[in-house]
Design a protein around this ligand. Structure first.
Ligand code: GCB
Length: 596
């Protein structure tokens, strides 16, 4: 009875405590004062969630979050983090432990660290991303439950962190579920784990939570900004300086802890792919200075054109998954980004579609430095559980977090809200809400989604999607020559009956690197080469074509791709093999892009 009572009390405490310290995602974490908690973490694979549920499937107060140790010789504790193996974090467990290659389930991670509390400072525990569900604890206290494998989340742990040893424990669960975003099926590897950086960020008591700077589209020299403090503190002064533009001005927060205003820049060099100019920007609040590098540009549409800095641009793009080469698993570093982006640059790209979920911040920042424009996307992919309000909330949150992290990146020009979703009222209601949510958070960028055309009547493809009115750019995926209409590309005509720019967000076909044969022989490089030849010729006839992001830069792992000897759990539509070798189709696209 005593134990039952205790269970109830602890469960209630657990429920009350959940999310108590969760705060809105901090902007610009990479440039904040922080301690890295990357490195070795102990981990325990917990197939039946023994560390979370008791044998009646109720959450147990004696779970692994307690990091228990036997106190007396007779004590029974059936786990020991300190004896468990370690894994380098950030990483995915699938490529770090052979036993976990196909594993989808729960793994517990634990990290101990020393800390000295600093008077007047706040401590914020930040996770760049954990796939898919994370339940985080500090010193046995639950911090919250986070869903979604590709967005950041953080907790103010000032009142929980202590002097001396601290213990972070995270229960990570990557089981696929119908109601999740993405849902149960998707064509990429479900890499599990703490896949991005973990930091302990130190801030003043009142600090800059996030901010954004936007260049006025008409004047192109007025910069509107807004800065959010973490509290509703009025009368706080933030000094903004952009030394190269000779800007140094102070502004005061209103009673919502928000500072809004406008700066006038003389002789501003606009950010562009040809000249990806970034300015050092400093935001000073009290003794703390938050630095960033920000580029200024405008992006808009005019009829069927996309205008960057007021001039039409053709987006020579490529789709990319967040995966290292050579079977290396999830990418998450500047080096990884450099490698993938150098392959895209060799193709002649000025644009990348970071599919199908928000990629890590290094990727976006490196692309920005290199002058590569970005399409950023949330994993609202295929058969989402459209009627489920929790699913909508989850998708909205992922959208919010994607935008909050990258709202100051000049290279990000498109927020994509979905990929290849089946038409119907529920889907449209759901996506309309996402589109208006994205617009309410960021009215300066373009909104799009990857639509589909699945068949042609008399070789005539007409795009029809009720979502057309919600997006700025009409994008669609088409697989003529691969999933449909092999050899028919030359006969195909296209009609996109909307006065908006068009991006073909996917096309392509598979080839195994080094497999040669006739051009009608599936899986050969020649087949893929011919498919690209016919597709680019066909695309040239699309009215209003403003860009393409063929599928895909390199072969990537997918559990759906089981054909032995050819796929071997890789989607082979890459223009490069997984090892970075170029297939013949690479040269077709490269040539086409030279002419664009
Ligand atoms: C698609 C999906 C993409 C797949 C690709 C394929 O339409 O958007 O995620 O990987 O097709 O290879 O079938």
């Amino acid at each position: 009875m005593k134990k039952i009572l205790l269970t109830i009390i602890v469960s209630i405490a657990v429920i009350i405590a959940v999310n108590a310290q969760e705060i809105t995602q901090l902007g610009n974490v990479l440039n904040r004062e922080k301690i890295s908690l990357n490195g070795d973490w102990n981990y325990i694979v917990d197939v039946q969630e023994e560390g979370y549920y008791d044998y009646r499937m109720n959450p147990t107060p004696w779970g692994f979050f307690r990091n228990a140790k036997p106190q007396r010789p007779e004590d029974l504790v059936e786990y020991d983090f300190d004896k468990a193996a370690t894994m380098q974090i950030p990483s995915d467990w699938n490529t770090k432990d052979d036993r976990l290659f196909f594993y989808e389930g729960t793994v517990w991670f634990k990290k101990s660290f020393q800390y000295t509390k600093k008077p007047g400072k706040r401590a914020i525990l930040y996770f760049g991303a954990v796939n898919y569900e994370a339940i985080a604890y500090l010193n046995t206290q639950i911090l919250g439950i986070h869903e979604g494998g590709f967005t950041a989340f953080n907790y103010d742990v000032t009142d929980i962190i202590k002097d001396g040893e601290n213990v972070v424990i995270v229960k990570v669960d990557n089981k696929r579920r119908k109601e999740n975003v993405p849902t149960q099926i998707f064509d990429w590897w479900n890499y599990g784990g703490i896949t991005r950086d973990v930091y302990l960020v130190e801030t003043d008591d009142v600090y800059i939570q996030n901010y954004n700077f936007d260049l006025d589209k008409t004047t192109k020299n007025q910069i509107y900004f807004s800065i959010n403090l973490n509290t509703k503190s009025a009368g706080k002064t933030v000094e903004i300086s952009i030394p190269e533009l000779k800007i140094r001005q102070s502004f005061t927060s209103n009673r919502n802890g928000v500072i809004e205003g406008m700066l006038t820049a003389k002789n501003l060099t606009l950010w562009s792919p040809e000249n990806p100019k970034l300015y050092d920007v400093e935001l000073k609040l009290g003794a703390s200075v938050l630095k960033d590098q920000i580029g200024f540009r405008t992006i808009e549409t005019q009829g069927k054109k996309i205008l960057l800095n007021g001039k039409p641009i053709f987006l020579r793009g490529i789709s990319i998954h967040e995966e290292k080469t050579n079977g290396g698993g999830r990418a998450n570093s500047t080096e990884d980004a450099k490698k993938l982006l150098s392959m895209a640059k060799e193709l002649g790209c000025n644009f990348v579609r970071l599919a199908h979920y928000p990629h890590n911040e290094y990727m976006v920042r490196e692309a920005e430095k290199q002058g590569i424009l970005v399409w950023s996307e949330i994993p609202v992919y295929w058969t989402i559980d459209w009627k489920n309000p929790g699913t909508l909330l989850n998708a909205k949150r992922q959208l919010t977090d994607m935008i909050l992290r990258d709202q100051n990146r000049a290279n990000v020009i498109i927020w994509s809200i979905a990929n290849e979703t089946p038409h119907g009222n529920d889907r449209e209601k759901f996506l309309a809400q996402l589109a208006s949510h994205a617009r309410s958070l960021d009215s300066t960028r373009l909104i799009s989604m990857a639509m589909e055309v699945l068949s042609a009547a008399n070789y005539h493809n007409k795009l029809q999607d009720n979502m057309n009115k919600y997006v700025d750019v009409i994008s669609f995926n088409q697989y003529i020559g691969w999933y449909r209409d092999v050899n028919d590309a030359p006969k195909m005509t296209w009609e996109i009956p909307y006065d908006k720019p068009v991006i073909v967000s996917e096309f392509g076909g598979g080839a195994k690197y080094g497999l040669h044969g006739a051009k009608n022989q599936r899986w050969t490089e020649e087949f893929q080469e011919n498919l690209y030849k016919e597709n680019v010729a066909m695309l040239d006839k699309i009215d209003g074509l403003a860009g393409t992001t063929p599928w895909i830069l390199k072969d990537f792992r997918s559990p759906r791709r089981v054909l032995d000897g050819v796929q071997d759990y890789y989607n082979r539509k890459g223009l490069f093999s997984d090892n970075g070798e170029k297939k013949l189709a690479f040269y077709i696209l490269q040539d086409w892009y030279k002419k664009k």
